[in-house]
Design a protein around this ligand. Structure first.
Ligand code: COA
Length: 388
């Protein structure tokens, strides 16, 4: 932590507690992630995404009637207004990255709704329901294909895959995606969640808060780059080449993608859950050889990181198995970050509601490090501010 004991400045706010939440707790020393009181390992691989959202938003597991109710609410709002599809079409013409298109569309997501309909509860459903539709529609437009209308009979995860491909996914794929979305749904006061809280704390609106959060997630230091982790596994190609490939990278001073974490000093618990989900998916519906290769790459990388960076405790992070799982779901790497947003938006909304309930503006202080005591009267005449 970079602190200045004289005035309390903490660079990057590291270690500063800036919110109270009942949504999730990250323990980096013990490698634990708690979601609304439950261990990640217990709920992420078992609950439907709708049930997980209900747990986060209402602090208790839903009844089956409540799951059906949430499903219907989301299905009701999924379709995008034509003007929003036009906007995505314009973005596709210039081939903007998917996260740019998502940021643009998020700000206009309530375009067709009268202001009177926009209470915070409704907006939460609209945002959660429409973000996957935006991502899928934009992806198809970029491929020169027509967007596929949402199917109200399908659950949230199944419908997302359906809108991307036009085929109803099998149960193994739906389970794989639900486990992924549940795993990334919330993670303490990360940068995008903090952004959402800062915006909503000014009594701005939920659409603004989520649009800002998407902007924060878009940055490569946050939304991460599971793509490069996957590229590395493909470049290695066979387990026997892992040691030489990874050793050469470390000798060249490069970082191994998918390893190391600011908070976790043991294996990221999300990596554990996603590895198991990827194994199940590949066993049911994929290339088991790729899964086995990834395991060999992981084992070699962790061993070499301990050798090259002793005492740093560099372990597998969430990105490594995210890449493998999403690849197994046939998602291209361009969709990895937007699919992260499809899950995380539920956490952002939950945090925004918590923040509204506190009624407290977030307004930290800054440390002035500029000059003092300058005299305007004695300023150099040549530098006069007057326009000539
Ligand atoms: N490969 C090789 N070395 C690594 C490493 C990695 N993945 N992650 C950290 N290190 C090394 C650093 O080079 C540094 O070594 P040094 O002290 O000899 O200079 C040391 O470990 C500490 O690194 P630091 O940058 O202070 O750690 P951090 O907590 O700030 O970094 C990450 C966290 C995630 C940015 C970092 O681990 C990283 O870049 N990982 C790879 C990218 C990645 O997977 N990102 C997704 C994160 S979810």
């Amino acid at each position: 932590m970079t602190t200045n004991p004289n005035n309390g400045f903490v660079s990057g706010l590291e270690g500063v507690v800036a919110a109270q939440t009942r949504l999730s707790h990250v323990d980096g020393q013990r490698g634990e992630l708690i979601l609304a009181g439950y261990a990640l390992e217990e709920v992420a691989p078992t609950l439907s995404f709708e049930a997980m959202v209900h747990l986060l938003w209402h602090d208790r597991l839903p009844t089956s009637v409540e799951v059906i109710h949430l499903h219907s609410e989301l299905a009701r709002w999924r379709a995008l207004p034509p003007a929003l599809l036009d906007l995505l079409q314009s973005a596709a013409r210039t081939n903007r990255p998917a996260m740019d298109a998502l940021r643009m569309a998020a700000g206009a997501i309530d375009l067709d709704l009268p202001a009177s309909a926009l209470d915070d509860g409704t907006l939460g459903h609209v945002l959660l329901a429409r973000i996957p539709t935006v991502v899928a529609a934009y992806w198809r437009l970029q491929q020169g294909a027509a967007p596929i209308a949402p199917d109200p009979a399908l659950g949230h995860a199944a419908n997302y895959l359906y809108m991307l491909t036009g085929s109803v996914p099998n149960a193994a794929r739906v389970r794989g995606l639900e486990t992924y979305l549940n795993t990334v749904i919330d993670h303490g006061l990360n940068a995008s969640t903090f952004t959402a809280r800062v915006i909503i704390a000014t009594h701005s609106d939920l659409v603004s808060a989520i649009t800002g959060a998407i902007g924060a997630l878009k940055g490569p230091l946050h939304g991460g780059a599971p793509g490069p982790a996957l590229d590395m596994v493909f470049a290695i190609g066979e387990a026997a080449r892992a040691e030489a490939y990874l050793r050469a990278k470390l000798e060249a001073g490069e970082r191994l993608m998918g390893f190391g974490h600011r908070i976790y000093k043991v294996r990221d618990p999300r990596a554990e859950v996603l590895a198991a989900a990827a194994r199940d998916l590949y066993a049911a519906d994929g290339d088991m050889a790729l899964y086995t290769l990834a395991g060999a790459v992981e084992e070699t990388a962790v061993r070499l990181l301990a050798e090259f960076k002793p005492g740093r405790n560099l372990q597998t992070n969430v990105e490594f198995y995210t890449a493998l799982l999403l690849h197994g779901l046939a998602l291209p790497t361009d969709l990895f970050a937007p699919t992260f947003a499809v899950g995380r938006v539920a956490g952002w909304i939950g945090h925004a509601w918590e923040q509204i309930a506190t009624g407290r503006l977030i307004r930290p202080a800054s440390q002035y490090i500029g000059a003092r005591g300058r005299s305007y009267e004695h300023a150099d005449a040549d530098r006069s501010h007057a326009l000539s």
